[in-house]
Design a protein around this ligand. Structure first.
Ligand code: NDP
Length: 484
């Protein structure tokens, strides 16, 4: 057992909280202080087998409920989660190192909203009828089967709820595998579904690492669907494993998104928006704009204002309401970020701002680095084209629309981006030329949950969000009846 403030988490299988069959445990560390905050099951093949069996067993009765019944269950989860709003924010901030205000506004808010949103969509699903002269087609949506839901550490409950809600709403049963580094709110979700009495086996959760728990889950013969959010290299392994048994697959992977700033933009709003897109969640959001492209006429003025805004952000104690930047997820991730900053220097980059924050002794073993802005790099340099996934942005100058588009598209990724201009015709024209799944004009991370979410190129396969989620988490079947 861990000490007083610490937790011992358990797997949740068939409505029971149980220890891992392996008898092994992993430590969960606070990113801010480095202390152990929980022990997490290090599950293996047998744990996965039990969870998949439980999900399979629960499938017939769960899938035979009406959409309205299942939508009502989603609302019950949302209602219960809402009573734990502050607890979600506190646990997420503690586990990820992110500021409490962000955990409240983004993580807690979206986790509740995801369940409400999909409840509403599923409740209002229309039957599709296609009449012919001599026959009628009726399209119905059936569950796919047992779903494997695998999520990363940057937005733990936000992303898990984004998958669980549409998956069970459409009649599937699921086995969740959250990141071993941020298991606390996944545990909270299991406690929530347990408290409201969700039928056992509909939602199961197996903690553990990617190799021990994630890999056997994806390859399990009774898993019919895999929804994975994580890094591109892991996504490639997951895709290979899922493809051999024709599992339905959705991959939400990495990004290296450009923020394109034209000289006719509203400079004040643009600076604020681009600072937010570069550094929200310490730059650990797949949608973050880590390549900032500025038109030459306003380059100097933009950079001056941008640096001043970046340096004004308060970094430190994640539980302080005024903190804007917290800690990075792990010492390994911090080392990766530091290596990229060294590479940038070797590649000829100039560090305009960066270094380490001056924090109290309590945080000396945490994973801290100041927001870092790098200029003078070639657009083909490693730091300008590879995903760093931390508080590091590169700034580049461009002369015209064509050059901005070329630089923006000069990466293996194609997830998102933003364009900042007062000429909306130009903004839309440029947007259509960018090879990504999503783009914002004069805003960033402005989310309507009805729209498609996902990337092209190495940023993923498939779309989630709104009806795209409902379509992914179901099988459409057409029933054609010949008229008499
Ligand atoms: P990883 O790819 O390392 O891990 C994602 C999840 O997959 C974790 O739960 C991990 O377990 C698990 N996993 C690892 N190996 C395997 C395997 N062989 N089979 C099955 N599961 C496995 O990503 P990170 O957690 O480091 O997250 C950061 C990445 O996620 C970034 O690249 C980011 O861009 C991307 N991301 C993409 C989003 C999108 O919507 N496109 C949104 C958010 C993040 P464990 O970590 O416990 O070992």
């Amino acid at each position: 057992m861990t000490g007083d403030d610490e937790l011992n988490l358990l797997n949740y299988i068939s409505g029971k909280f149980i220890e891992p069959d392996t008898g092994e445990w992993l430590e969960d560390f606070s990113p801010a202080t480095g202390e152990v905050i929980a022990l997490v099951p290090k599950s293996g093949q047998n744990d996965i087998n039990m969870a998949v069996d439980a999900a399979k067993k629960a499938l017939p009765s769960w899938s035979s409920l009406t959409n309205i019944d299942r939508a009502n269950w989603l609302d019950k989860i949302a209602d219960k989660l809402e009573t734990k709003y502050e607890e979600i924010a506190r646990l997420e901030s503690k586990d990820t190192g992110k500021p409490i205000s962000l955990a409240r506004e983004v993580d807690a808010y979206r986790s509740v909203k995801n369940f409400r949103f999909f409840a509403e969509m599923i409740r209002n699903l229309d039957i599709e009828i296609f009449d012919m002269e001599d026959a009628t087609n009726r399209v119905i949506y059936k569950p796919v089967g047992v779903g494997a839901l695998i999520t990363p550490w940057n937005l733990p409950l936000y992303l898990l709820s984004w998958k669980v809600a549409p998956a069970i709403g459409m009649g599937n049963t699921v086995v969740c595998k959250p990141s071993e580094m941020t298991p606390l709110t996944a545990d909270l979700l299991m406690k929530t579904v347990d408290e409201i009495g969700l039928p056992k086996g509909v939602v199961n959760l197996v903690h553990g690492d990617g190799m021990g728990a994630g890999s056997p889950l994806v390859s399990h013969e009774n898993v019919s669907l895999v929804s994975f959010t994580g890094g591109t290299s892991t996504g490639s392994i997951v895709a290979k494993s899922a493809a051999s048994s024709f599992k339905k697959l959705s991959l939400e992977l990495g990004g290296k998104n450009a923020s394109i700033i034209f000289d006719d933009c509203d400079l004040e709003n643009t600076v604020k928006g681009v600072v937010r897109s570069g550094f929200l969640n310490q730059g650990q959001v797949c949608l973050c704009g880590s390549r900032i492209l500025v038109q030459e006429k306003i380059y100097e003025e933009f950079v001056e204002k941008f640096i001043s805004e970046v340096e004004s952000m308060k970094i430190g104690d994640p539980s302080d309401e005024n903190t804007k930047l917290g800690a990075l997820i792990s010492p390994q991730h911090l080392s990766k970020i530091e290596e990229y900053i060294e590479i940038a220097k070797e590649e000829g980059g100039t560090i305009l701002t960066g270094g380490y924050p001056n924090l109290s002794k309590e945080y000396e073993n945490g994973n801290w680095i100041s927001p870092t802005v790098i200029a003078d790099l070639d657009v083909n340099s490693r730091c300008s084209t590879e995903e760093i996934f931390g508080p590091v942005v590169t700034i580049h100058k461009f002369t015209n629309e064509k050059e901005a588009i070329e630089i923006a598209n000069n990466t293996r990724y194609g997830l998102a981006g933003s364009i900042w201009t007062n000429d909306l015709e130009k903004g839309n024209r440029v947007a259509e030329s960018i090879h990504t799944g999503m783009i914002w004009i004069n805003t960033w991370l402005h989310r309507d949950l009805r729209v498609p979410f996902g990337g092209v190129k190495d940023s993923g396969v498939g779309r989630e969000g709104g009806r795209w989620s409902l379509s992914f988490f179901s099988e459409a079947m057409n029933i054609c009846t010949k008229h008499k």
